[in-house]
Design a protein around this ligand. Structure first.
Ligand code: FE
Length: 277
C-alpha cells in the first residue's frame, strides 16, 4: 500500500516571453527537469490583450521530445515540415512528436479575445529520439470526460483515470494528463502509478492537498507515493500531470533535447545544413 501524495513544493513560475514575443509564465523550468522527469517544460499562457499573443510562434525547429498543447480558450494554427496542418480550438489538444526533427509554426487565428492554455514538453527515451515525426489534433468533443458523484468533471487527455481511457496513450513515459474541474466544497481522488513523478497546476480557484494550499497560477509538486486527494473550497480548475521517469541524461539546447552534448552538436549541424526536417 502506497502513501497518499502530499505537496512537496509550490512553484510560482517565471514571467517571460517566447516565440515572436508571446507573454507566458514558464512554470516548469530547467532546474526541475530531473525532479519531474520525463517532463522538460510547462508554459502557461493566458491573456485578453492581443499584443501579448498576436505575434505567435513563427517557424522554429524541435528534435528529441514531444510537445503537448492544451488550448483552454482561443485558436491557433499549426503547420509543420512533415506536412501536417491543424487548427487548435477552444478545449482542444495538439500532440506532436518531434522525433528526429520538425520545423513548425504555431500562430494565433484570432485578433482579439482571450487566449489561454498550456504547452507541455514531454521527453522521449533515447531509442525514440530519432523516430519519425508524428502529429495529431484532438478536438474538445473527442476528449473523454467523466463526472464524479461529487460533481467533479475530469477530462482525460492522456493516460487513464477511474477506468476512463484518455484521448492518447504513449509508451515509455506513460503520461497521465487530466483537466479537473472541482465545484466549491468538492473532493477528488485519483490513482497515480507509484512509479510516476507528478504535479498539479491550478489555473482557477485554489486547492488543498492535505494541509497544504495551492493557489491559482501555482504549481504543486507532488511527493512520491500513490494516488492523491484534492479538496476545493471554491470553484477550482487545475491540470494534473504525471509520467514515468526515463532516468537518462538530458542535454538541452533550446528546442533540441538529446542525451549528450555530441548529439546536440550533431543536431545543430543538421539544422544549419537543412538535414533536420
Ligand atoms: Fe514549437
Amino acid at each position: 500500500m502506497f502513501q497518499t501524495r502530499h505537496i512537496e513544493q509550490v512553484i510560482a513560475g517565471i514571467d517571460t516571453s517566447d516565440g515572436a514575443g508571446v507573454k507566458l509564465t514558464r512554470v516548469l523550468t530547467g532546474k526541475l527537469q530531473r525532479r519531474l522527469d520525463p517532463f522538460l517544460m510547462l508554459d502557461a499562457f493566458g491573456s485578453d490583450v492581443p499584443d501579448d499573443y498576436i505575434a505567435g510562434f513563427p517557424d522554429h525547429p524541435h528534435r528529441g521530445f514531444e510537445t503537448v498543447t492544451y488550448m483552454l480558450s482561443g485558436r491557433m494554427r499549426h503547420r509543420d515540415s512533415a506536412g501536417h496542418e491543424g487548427l487548435l480550438d477552444n478545449g482542444g489538444v495538439q500532440w506532436m512528436t518531434a522525433g528526429r526533427g520538425v520545423i513548425h509554426s504555431e500562430m494565433p487565428e484570432q485578433e482579439e479575445g482571450v487566449m489561454e492554455g498550456f504547452q507541455l514538453w514531454l521527453n522521449l527515451p533515447a531509442k525514440r529520439k530519432m523516430s519519425d515525426p508524428w502529429y495529431r489534433d484532438f478536438a474538445s468533443d473527442s476528449i473523454p470526460e467523466y463526472v464524479t458523484t461529487g460533481g467533479v468533471t475530469v477530462r482525460v487527455i492522456a493516460g487513464s483515470s477511474c477506468g476512463v481511457q484518455g484521448a492518447i496513450t504513449r509508451p515509455d513515459t506513460e503520461p497521465l494528463f487530466l483537466d479537473v474541474h472541482l465545484p466549491a466544497g468538492s473532493e477528488f481522488s485519483t490513482e497515480i502509478p507509484a512509479t510516476h513523478n507528478a504535479f498539479i497546476y491550478v489555473y482557477r480557484g485554489a486547492v488543498k492537498v492535505g494541509d497544504t494550499a495551492v493557489e491559482s497560477r501555482r504549481m504543486g509538486i507532488l511527493s512520491a507515493g500513490g494516488g492523491v486527494t484534492l479538496n476545493a473550497e471554491t470553484d477550482t480548475r487545475l491540470i494534473l500531470i504525471a509520467g514515468h521517469p526515463l532516468n537518462e541524461p538530458i542535454a538541452q539546447y533550446g528546442p533540441f533535447v538529446m542525451n549528450t552534448q555530441e548529439e546536440i552538436h550533431q543536431t545543430l549541424d543538421d539544422f544549419r545544413n537543412g538535414r533536420l526536417a
